[in-house]
Each structure stands twice: as structure tokens, then as C-alpha cells.
Design a protein. Structure first.
Length: 356
């Protein structure tokens, strides 16, 4: 029986998690498509390749070395770096001569990464193993990925690119970019901002004028205030930390739009998460500190838990707005690193897309 080994390499973060998930499922799936005379092994390696000056991962330049060093038959690289070619998002590239393939996860959108990539890798590896390009035709790839529109190009040599044309795929790419950024990672980098927000919000809990103001504001008005303050803090973080990206690719102007849209969504989701955590803390503090009878005397009517909800709601908005002041003491570089995946941060540094 012939044993073939697939070496999986992945960028840190989401790609690394997907790679370890594939290590269990991929050998079984490949065996189902290759017959009983072939067995498959999958090895996950922690090595990553450095970016080139153009912000690309030169897998094909290192494929032969990697296969020789590790004893692999095929090498597959998973990255969270969004890529494009010929004006469309680039999902993957495959080379039969190098027995290598690279897949960009953001192009797959959100959810079921391991399942989609497993089916896609079956098509890619079969095309290398059998030397049959039919596995790379749009119909075959479309069947592997579901309803995603794809097209294949072969710019030079034996390398083939699988592209994702159309606006729907660009929206899917944007979702994948935000997911790769993992918005929650930004909160630890905003320590000073969170501290300022908590201090100001706590002040609101103890200030009786805030109690009466919260009682006078209807829920839609409080919701509007929440949207405004989270948007204001998000905008300040983007401006103050130079997160806005300047257009660099004249052939794909939508890339700058996608880069900036992913930044706005990532930062706003992080701020919104901070807002929710702040509200939860202030709500518990309000329940513990403000006695219901005393609150009733101040408001001049019977009170319920909804009054504590509204009070902490307004106090959270005030605290979030004050968080912009605290963010001045947070490290710009730490915020940049936490906003993006490591690869995307490196690419922006190399391309000098940070708007300093």
C-alpha cells in the first residue's frame, strides 16, 4: 500500500486552529476518494514563511525545500492574509510541479472552514496526484464549496489560481477578514480606555442628576446615544491610531474599501463588546450600591429593575465617551497589532498603508 503525506502549515490564529481540525478529518476524506491502495497521513507543522517585500507568502519558492526537509509528498499552506488577483479575491493557488497549494481563509467567509477546506483540498490534491486538471475546473470547485461562484486562471507555468468573482464574494471576503481579525483581541490593548470608561461610568452611578436624566430618557433615545458614543469612540481609535488604509492597488480599488470596512467593523465590534461589559458591571454595581428605597425618593415614584437598567445604560454611554480620552495613553503599536491578524498587520507595515 502506498502512503502519501500531506504537510499542513498555517499562520497563527484561525488558520492554525483549522489546520489541527483538518489533521483528523482530511486523511479519512482523501482515502475515500483515492481507493484502498493508498493511505494518507497529515502532519501539522508550526513553521511559518516570512512575507516578501510585496506582502506575499512565497510558498512555491520554498515548496521543494519543505518537502525534502520533512519528507512530505505535498505541502499545503493556510493563511488568513486576504489576497487578490486580476481584480477578484484569490481563494487559492495550486502548483502540480511544486506539489503545493495555498488557501486564503478570508475568501471562504464565515463558518465551516474545516469542512469547506477539506472538500477543496480533495480537489486540489487529486489534481496534483492524478495530473488531471478537471478537478480544478469551476464546476468541480463549485461543487466542493457549495454555492460560491468561482473562476480559474492559469497565468504562467503550471500554477493555477482559483478566484472568487462578483460582489457577493467580496462581501464574503469582508466577513472573513473581520473574522480573522478576531475583534475581541483589541480589548486588552485598550486598558487605559477601559479604565477611563469604567471610572466615568461609576461616577454616573453615584451622581443623582444622572439618575433623573436616565429616568427622563426613553429607550429609543438611550439606544441612539449608545450608537453615537460607540461610533464616536470607534472613529477616534481609527483616526488616532492611523488605522485608515490608503489605496495601493490600482487594479483592485475595492481592496482599499474592503480593508477600511473590515477595520471599521472590527473596531466597532470591539467597542461594542467593551460597552456591553461596562454596562454589565455598572448594572451589578448599581444594584449593590443604590438602595431601592433611596432611589424611589429621588425619582418620586416606585422603582423596578428596569430603572437600574436605564441608569447603567446611560452611565455606560458616558463612560464609553470618556474612553476616547483614556485611549490617548494606550500604545498605538499595540492597538494596531490587536486590531488585525498578525499577517495583515505585517502586510500593512510592509505596504506602508497605515495613514500616519
Amino acid at each position: 500500500m502506498q502512503t502519501l503525506t500531506v504537510g499542513l502549515m498555517a499562520d497563527p490564529g484561525l488558520p492554525d486552529k483549522v489546520a489541527h481540525s483538518l489533521a483528523e478529518e482530511l486523511p479519512r476524506t482523501l482515502s475515500e476518494h483515492s481507493g484502498p491502495d493508498v493511505s494518507w497521513e497529515v502532519e501539522v507543522d508550526q513553521e511559518t514563511l516570512p512575507l516578501t517585500a510585496d506582502g506575499e507568502i512565497p510558498l512555491l519558492d520554498h515548496a521543494d525545500r519543505l518537502r525534502d526537509e520533512h519528507g512530505w509528498d505535498y505541502v499545503v499552506y493556510l493563511t488568513d492574509l486576504p489576497r487578490s488577483y486580476d481584480g477578484d479575491p484569490l481563494l487559492c493557488e495550486v502548483s502540480s510541479a511544486s506539489a503545493a497549494a495555498m488557501i486564503s481563509l478570508p475568501g471562504l467567509g464565515a463558518g465551516r472552514f474545516a469542512r469547506k477546506i477539506c472538500r477543496l483540498l480533495v480537489a486540489l490534491l487529486r489534481s496534483i496526484w492524478d495530473g488531471t486538471e478537471s478537478y480544478l475546473e469551476p464546476e468541480a470547485v463549485h461543487q466542493a464549496l457549495g454555492r460560491m461562484a468561482v473562476r480559474r486562471v492559469t497565468p504562467e507555468g503550471d500554477s493555477s489560481y482559483i478566484l472568487l468573482p462578483g460582489r457577493i464574494n467580496r462581501v464574503r471576503l469582508l466577513i472573513g477578514m473581520v473574522l480573522s481579525n478576531r475583534p475581541g483581541r483589541l480589548l486588552p490593548a485598550l486598558a487605559s480606555s477601559v479604565a477611563a470608561a469604567a471610572a466615568t461610568g461609576a461616577f454616573g452611578i453615584f451622581y443623582t442628576s444622572i439618575w433623573n436624566m436616565a429616568d427622563a430618557l426613553p429607550a429609543p433615545r438611550l439606544a441612539l446615544i449608545s450608537v453615537v458614543v460607540t461610533g464616536a469612540l470607534s472613529g477616534w481609535l481609527i483616526f488616532h491610531n492611523s488605522l485608515w488604509s490608503r489605496p495601493r492597488d490600482a487594479d483592485a480599488p475595492w481592496r482599499a474599501v474592503a480593508d477600511n470596512a473590515s477595520t471599521v467593523i472590527t473596531v466597532w465590534l470591539s467597542v461594542a463588546l467593551m460597552y456591553v461589559i461596562l454596562w454589565s458591571v455598572l448594572f451589578l454595581v448599581g444594584l449593590a450600591v443604590i438602595e431601592a428605597g433611596y432611589l424611589q425618593t429621588q425619582l418620586g415614584r416606585p422603582v423596578s429593575v428596569l430603572d437600574y437598567v436605564q441608569l447603567s445604560w446611560l452611565a455606560s454611554s458616558l463612560g464609553t465617551l470618556a474612553g476616547a480620552l483614556g485611549s490617548n495613553f494606550d500604545s498605538d503599536e499595540a492597538i494596531r497589532e490587536a486590531t488585525y491578524s498578525r499577517r495583515e498587520h505585517q502586510r500593512r507595515q510592509l505596504a506602508d498603508t497605515y495613514d500616519d
